[in-house]
Unconditional design. Structure first.
Lengths: 551, 171
């Protein structure tokens, strides 16, 4: 993982002291709430239904064990003993007191964690593949570039007051785990014919009220030019993005209104002015960043150790291994996903005790490293296969061995009306009920890969548009009503789901989802045909007929 | 509204004219963009310094032919959250080499000073007296900068390279 040097540490400390001054001025009345709002948002502080919510960045989803312990400490000391991992590699604390925030930030700064730009109309936390650096077949570690961009976008003097928020994601694998096509800028790391690193650049993806899949603006931007190219996109957006209507202010609307050809010409013109400037990155700079990423000293281990062979006799272990353990680029090692979706609990939550215990397990079994994915699960990226049975036992004791990764109960959900002042409907209780309905592991396994995404309002924080099944809560005549879509996906084949019929009431949602799943089981050609592929083959109609026939 | 210029609170010699205010015989004036462009020749001939107030939704390139002859460009932040003038400022300084006074006007709090200095502003019409008084202290709040801009401050990447070379890394 990336180790902060004195320069990075100084900046984070300077930011903490600036924020301390801002909080002090707010508490003394020197700043109005309206003035303070923008300042606090630039540091991840929202005013929610019950209290301030505090969002902390986990850049590109990489955490060291001491950092996870610091998050546990914040949960325990300043909050109610838990945190909530989000869909953009952040963690949120829901019950923070304003007067204590500067101290919480200072505690986090000690381990190189910050909350800069985790909200507000600026460049948000740069996200990447949670398997970066360990996934087999990856072109190169995208976190080097993520860190370069993280630095460049931090406290940017020109782009800290954009028309709207701006999100960048990077992937370096064929299978896109970073959902780059639903980001303002998506970067796909590729090599040119000379073997040089560069990026396919996508722009204008995003969900919310008007969802769009990102479009390719340039097929190859050389690595040395990536900062100037991003800067050119931002400069065009900063000047021409709409500021008259918050719902039309994202870059996706500008790209849509101008058309991708005209937009890309504007960017190209701007880029010609700045590409040969001090924004150009030479190899030495990249090497310097790379040198501060620690890579484990892997041992030479057998592909199939005895420990694993013996544990295979235990069906519970096998169920977990088959579900949650993925191949690693180094023989003898695995990537272990840790489900934060236990049956009946809010998706993405972890207690301070779980975080501390996981930090210990990471030290023992994963070279002190933990990853956070956009699916609101965690991962241990470097587990020796011989350690899998022991790790499983330890995780099981912590309630962290639910074998439901990528299954129907691995639900992505926003906090919804239980916490959020923007929400129109509850999300978490819907997720909890669904996990109970599909609690039977055999059934969930029989259904196979199926992503359900739930948002409690049109802002789409639960990414419902790109769920295989998407559930959107809205308010209609004072009642919560849920619209259900099918066929969305967030990966390299990103697509928006289609409505299957009229909205349904809170109490009916789980029944309807059961009917959708039943329809799928009846309609699929063979057990290997995933839900998403059946929808692709048949379209929405046959599902609609079956689900709504009796309603 | 106090003016901060050259790092401290200063008197403002400029009078702001509206579109239809009669032109004073002498003295320094700040003129709205549309009036400036319409009457540029007459305005530039008169005695006294001249500056222009340029709105944040008008192409700053239009101002380029006049840059050598004006003393102040005042850019506008109609609200704290509207950041268009940061881009205009950088273009003026870095692309069009404007060296005169670059003034930030509108909703200016101390929390923007560092961003504005980095974008090339050197004078500020500050909303609150306390913020104006805190200028020097606030301007020094940061010592680390990740992005290169025209202000010449050394970036973090650059400093690291200097450190590497002075430590003889790779030798």
């Amino acid at each position: 993982m990336y180790a902060y040097d004195e320069i990075d540490r100084t900046l984070v400390n300077e930011r903490v002291s600036e924020f301390r001054d801002q909080v002090k001025r707010r508490l003394s009345g020197e700043l109005t709430e309206d003035e303070f709002k923008i300042l606090r948002l630039q540091n991840g502080v929202y005013l929610q239904l019950h209290a301030y919510m505090f969002r902390v960045a986990i850049p590109y989803g990489t955490l060291a064990s001491n950092q996870l312990r610091a998050l546990a400490h914040v949960a325990r000391k300043y909050d109610r003993g838990y945190g909530h991992f989000t869909t953009r590699q952040n963690i949120q604390f829901n019950w923070i007191k304003l007067a204590e925030l500067p101290d919480a930030l200072a505690d986090l700064a000690e381990v190189g964690i910050h909350a800069m730009q985790t909200s507000g109309n600026n460049m948000r936390n740069v996200t990447s593949d949670q398997w970066a650096g360990v996934a087999p077949g990856e072109i190169e570690d995208p976190r080097i570039w993520s860190e370069l961009i993280r630095q460049h976008t931090t406290l940017h003097p020109e782009f800290s007051f954009l028309p709207r928020k701006f999100k960048i994601a990077i992937t370096a694998s064929d299978h896109d785990r970073a959902a780059i096509k639903i980001h303002d800028i998506g970067l796909r790391l590729i090599k040119n014919e000379k073997g040089e690193t560069g990026f396919e650049v996508l722009v204008g993806g995003g969900l919310g009220r008007t969802p769009f899949i990102g479009k390719t603006i340039k097929h190859f931007v050389h690595g040395r030019d990536i900062l100037s190219y991003i800067e050119a996109i931002l400069r065009v957006y900063n000047q021409y993005g709409r500021r008259d209507n918050i719902y039309k202010a994202r870059i996706k609307i500008l790209v849509h209104e101008l058309g991708i050809e005209k937009f890309s010409r504007e960017v190209e013109d701007e880029w010609q002015y700045i590409r040969n400037s001090s924004l150009q990155i030479d190899d030495e700079v990249i090497e310097d960043i790379r040198s501060r990423f620690a890579y484990p000293a892997y041992e030479k281990l057998p592909h199939m150790p005895d420990e694993l062979r013996q544990a295979a006799a235990d069906p519970d272990f096998e169920a977990w291994r088959k579900n949650s353990v993925a191949p690693h680029k180094v023989q003898g090692y695995s990537i272990v996903t840790i489900s934060l979706k236990p049956i009946g609990a809010p998706p993405g939550d972890a207690t301070a005790e779980q975080m501390d215990a996981l930090a210990d397990l990471a030290d023992r079994y994963s070279f002190g490293e933990i990853r956070v994915g956009h699916e609101q699960n965690l991962a241990l990226p470097h587990v020796a296969k011989r350690d899998l049975p022991a790790l499983w036992k330890a995780l099981d004791k912590l309630g962290l061995a639910t074998p439901n990764v990528n299954l129907i109960t691995d639900i992505i959900a926003c906090p919804g009306l239980d916490y959020c002042s923007l929400a129109n409907a509850r999300s978490i209780p819907i997720a909890q009920e669904l996990t109970r309905r599909f609690a039977n592991h055999e059934l969930a396994n029989l259904i196979g890969r199926l992503h359900i995404n739930i948002s409690g309002c049109i802002n789409a924080c639960g990414h419902h548009h790109v769920g295989h099944i998407g559930i959107l809560g809205v308010e209609k005549n004072g009642e919560e009503v849920y619209q259900i879509t099918i066929g969305g996906r967030a990966d390299e084949g990103a697509a928006l789901g289609n409505l299957i019929g009229p909205g349904v009431k809170f109490d009916e949602v789980a029944d309807v989802i059961e009917d959708v799943v039943e329809a799928y089981l009846a309609l699929r050609e063979r057990p290997e045909e995933l839900f998403i592929d059946t929808v692709k083959r048949l379209g929405v109609e046959p599902f609609k007929e079956r689900v709504y026939a009796t309603r | 509204m106090p003016l901060v210029n050259g790092g401290k609170i200063a008197d403002d010699s400029f009078v702001k004219l509206a579109v239809d205010t009669p032109l004073p015989e002498s003295g320094d004036i700040l003129v709205p963009a549309e009036r400036f462009v319409g009457e540029a020749d007459a305005l530039l001939k008169r005695a006294g310094k001249i500056g222009v107030i340029w709105p944040n939704n008008r192409d700053i390139a239009e101002l380029v032919p006049y840059l050598g002859r004006i003393t102040v460009v005042a850019l506008v932040f109609p609200t704290f959250r509207d950041g268009r003038a940061y881009s205009q400022a950088r273009l003026l300084r870095e692309r069009y080499n404007y060296r005169g006074e670059l003034r930030a006007t509108g909703q200016i709090l101390r929390d923007q000073f560092v961003f504005m200095l980095r974008a090339g502003f050197d004078s500020f019409e500050v909303k609150k007296q306390a913020d104006a008084e805190a200028f020097m202290q606030t301007a020094k709040r940061y010592s680390v900068f990740y992005q290169p801009t025209g202000d010449g401050r050394i970036t973090a990447l650059h400093r690291r390279m200097q450190l590497r070379h002075s430590e003889g890394v790779g030798t």
